[in-house]
Design a protein around this ligand. Structure first.
Ligand code: NI
Length: 178
């Protein structure tokens, strides 16, 4: 197992629509192990394959420390099959470190996916896990939580982010930030 570098906004891979996984082969198993290790090390409660530069429909989640009993989840080709209610909560993302904002999501969701053995599973979730599932599944469609905040908040975020990138790397980030 090894730690993978996490792609940081505005890396274009974060905007790619991830491909379905047809074969859960050795390479995918290896990616799953690496993603779990990377998520735990960060530390984070969820990680989508896009975030480590592999645009395939795979996410790992672990909200165990904040919601005991939920455990580690590996979801391949996840699909939203049910949703109810709305809720707003503070979100962050390993690809946008240090930025947090309130996002409106479904309060409860039902997600169908394959586990790492290729078995179909269905997860009914509320609370933090429901939020995390929606956040990670958004990644697979090239969507980020900053797309779900108000235009004003997003404009402020982009200005701050541009400044932060410039300070950190001395790069001209303007062209990447549309
Ligand atoms: Ni994220």
């Amino acid at each position: 197992m090894s730690l993978l570098p996490i792609c940081i906004y505005p890396d274009s891979v974060l905007r790619r629509k991830a491909e379905r996984i047809e074969n859960i082969d050795e390479q995918i198993q290896c990616l799953i192990d690496d993603m779990i290790e990377t998520m735990h090390e960060a530390p984070g409660i969820g990680l989508a394959a896009n975030q480590v530069g592999r645009p395939v429909r795979l996410v790992v989640l672990d909200v165990e420390r904040r919601e005991p009993g939920r455990g580690l989840l590996v979801l391949i080709n996840p699909e939203l099959v049910g949703a109810a209610g709305t809720t707003k909560s503070e979100e962050g993302c390993l690809s946008i470190p240090g930025y947090f904002a309130g996002v409106v999501r479904h309060q409860e969701v039902v997600v169908r996916a394959l586990d790492r053995e290729g078995k179909e599973i269905e997860i009914a979730a509320d609370g933090l896990l429901a939020i995390c599932l929606q956040h990670e599944m958004d990644h697979l469609d090239g969507k980020l939580f900053i797309d779900r905040i108000s235009r004003i908040s997003r404009d402020i975020f982009k200005r701050k982010w541009k400044k932060k990138l410039k300070e950190e790397e001395g790069v001209e980030a303007q062209s990447c930030l549309d």
